[in-house]
Design a protein around this ligand. Structure first.
Ligand SMILES: Nc1ncnc2c1ncn2[C@@H]1O[C@H](COP(=O)(O)OP(=O)(O)O)[C@@H](O)[C@H]1O
Ligand SMILES: O=C(O)C1=C[C@@H](OP(=O)(O)O)[C@@H](O)[C@H](O)C1
Ligand SMILES: [Mg+2]
Length: 177
């Protein structure tokens, strides 16, 4: 499948896109790119500062530029940010240019895996992190599903197992996908 040489990971914060993506790229000998890291490299500042100075809108514009460009690459594993699918153009580019893997996680699991992080501005200074994650998830889950070629349940499963499950799917004959 020539058009599917890329693997694009989508899903909510704490699904493990960055962690699983790195591992997958390593085992398959592919380049790993994280759209958030790419934005930080290009701007020279971190994501929270971009939100602070430019708001979420400013961040989304930068995210869109990066995704438009990275989706044109070949043979990459791209971990997107949890909100990358909000933009219809982003969804179209991702769907057209790679195998889209939705890493699914329950809100409880998202909450656990984002507990110690201070680099996710949407979860900072909110009165109820669970309610915030729940609201985002309800809004975004249909968008992840809209473009997913593959949905992987991540609750209680480690990154190694998840990377292998994705590999198993990729290496199956195309008819079985
Ligand atoms: N399958 C997993 N099992 C346990 N912990 C995980 C798993 N995937 C990720 N983590 C941990 O959860 C946190 C968030 O993971 P991350 O890869 O940054 O998620 P995302 O990029 O989807 O927001 C990190 O501390 C990471 O080590
Ligand atoms: O869900 C979101 O809107 C966001 C998720 C983050 O990426 P991760 O999903 O990798 O945490 C990052 O892009 C930014 O903080 C916004
Ligand atoms: Mg990430």
């Amino acid at each position: 499948m020539m058009s599917k040489t890329n693997i694009f990971l989508v899903g909510p914060m704490g699904a493990g896109k960055t962690t699983v993506g790195k591992r997958l790229a390593e085992t398959r000998g592919m380049e790993f790119i994280d759209s958030d890291s790419e934005i930080e490299i290009r701007t020279g500042v971190d994501i929270p500062l971009i939100f602070e100075k430019e708001g979420e809108d400013g961040f989304r514009k930068r995210e869109k530029l990066v995704i438009a460009e990275l989706a044109q690459r070949s043979h990459v594993v791209l971990a997107t940010g949890g909100g990358a699918v909000l933009d219809p153009d982003n969804r179209q580019w991702l769907a057209a240019r790679g195998l889209v893997v939705y890493l699914h996680a329950s809100v409880d699991q998202q909450l656990q895996r984002t507990a110690r992080t201070d680099h996710r501005p949407l979860l900072q200074n909110v009165p109820d992190r669970r309610a915030t994650l729940q609201r985002l998830f309800e809004m975004r889950d249909p968008l992840y599903r809209e473009i997913a070629d593959l949905v992987i349940q991540t609750d209680g499963r480690n990154a190694r197992v998840l990377a292998r499950e994705i590999e198993d799917h990729i290496d199956r004959p195309a008819t079985a996908l």
